[in-house]
Design a protein around this ligand. Sequence first.
Ligand code: AMP
Length: 438
Amino acid sequence: MAINAPKGTRDLLPDQALFWNQFRQTATDVFGVYGYLPIETPLIEQTELFVRGIGEATDVVSKEMFTAISGENLRRWVEEGEAPDAKSRLSLRPEGTAGTVRAVVQHDLVPQGAAPAKLMYAGPMFRAERPQKGRYRQFTQIGVECLGAEEPTIDAEAIIMLMRFYEKVGIPRDAIRLLLNSMGCEQCRPAYRDRVKAYMDERAGELCGTCMARAEVNPLRAFDCKNQACAAVMAGAPKISDHLCDDCREHYEAVKALLDGAGVVYEEDYKLVRGLDYYTRTVFEVQVDDGMGAQNAIGGGGRYDKLAEEVGGRPTPGLGFALGFERCVLALEAAGHEFPRAQRCDLFVACVDDLVRARAFALVQECRDAGFICEMDHQKRSLKSQFKLADKLGAARVAVLGPDELAEGVATLRDMGTHTEAKVRLDEVVGELGRAIL
Ligand code: AMP
C-alpha cells in the first residue's frame, strides 16, 4: 500500500513551494526595513524550554507537543524501563518564540546597554492538534522577536510592520481585523486574575467543565471558550482594562496613540488573552472574517517581558508575533488573489530529429548560462508532442532545430504568443531572447 504524508501535514508542491519562497522573501524585505535580521534555531529543543517558557498548563504544552525520543533512548525506555532524563527529552518546536529567546540568552545577544536584538525566523512548527481547515500538525510560521526594549514604540512598530506585510502580500485591509488588548503585568494581573476567578466561582453552574478547570489554573483562558453559554457569562466578567496598574495603562495608551498616529485601525478586545502564558501587557491578533471558519487568526503576538528570565537569562523585555503561512494562503484565496504561475519557460528548443540533438543541447546550455529558463525534450518525443510539451511548460518561444537549419547555422524561432516565426542565427539566439524579453 502506498504511504501518504502523516495526518495534518501537507506537501508544498512546486507552485506552492515557490509561492512560499516569495512570501518569505516579502517578509524578509518588509521586516528588514525595520531592522529585523534572520535567525535559524533548531526544530527540536529540550522539552523543558517549552514547559518553562510557554507554561505547563497551556494547551500547547500539556496536550499538543510532539516529543521526540532518540532510537537508543526509546529502546532503553521500552526494554529496560529507564525513562529519558530531563535533558534528553526533546520536543519539536510548537512555536518560535521560546527557541529564539533561548538563543538570545545563550549567545548573550543583548548585552547590558546594547541596542535591542531584532530577529526574524521562518519555518515549520509542530502541534498535535485535531487537523481541520486551517489547522495542521505541521504548519509554517514567520515570526519576529525584539528583545531588550520595553518602550511602546517597539509594540507599535511591530504591529504597523505586520499590517504592512499583509498589505504587501495582497491580503485586503478590509478583509482583516486587528484586535488589541493589554494583559497587564505581574503587578496588576494576579489581582485581576483573582477577580475573574471569584466571578467564575459565583457563576460556576453556567460554565462548561473545561472552563471550571481553567478557573483553577488560568481563569483568563475562559475568555477564549467557544461555548456560547460560557461566552455569555464571560461577557459580564471584570475587564482587564479596568484593572491595569498605572504603568501598564500608560504603556497601553501610548501604543494606541502611536497606532492612531500611524492611521492603523484596531479594535480593542478585552477577550483577547492568547493561549500562551508568557504574554504581558500588549497582545494583538489579526483575524479574517470570511471563508476560514473557526481558524480565522492569521497572525498574532504580544509582549513577554518575563520570558527571558523564565528560560534562565537576565531580565530582558521582549515582544514578538508570528503569522501563519497556510492561513494567509486561505485568506488570499478567499479574497480571490491571483497566485502567479510558478512555472516560466523563456525558450523551448525542439529537435526535428536525433541528429540535431547535440547542437540543441548546447544551445539550451548557452541560453541557461545567459540566465534564461530554457528546456528541451529528454524523452525522444515527436516534433508535434514537443510543441505540446512546450505549451504545457508555458514556453514563450520555441526554437526549432532540424538538419536544414543546422546546415544553415540557424534556428526557426517561433513566438508562441503571436504565432510568428523568424529564422535566427544560432549564435544570435541569446541576444534575440534578451531583446524580446526586455
Ligand atoms: P500562535 O503561535 O498560536 O499565536 O499562532 C500564530 C499564528 O500561527 C496563528 O495566527 C495562525 O496563523 C498560525 N497557526 C497556529 N497554529 C496553527 C495550526 N495548527 N495550523 C496552522 N496555522 C497555525
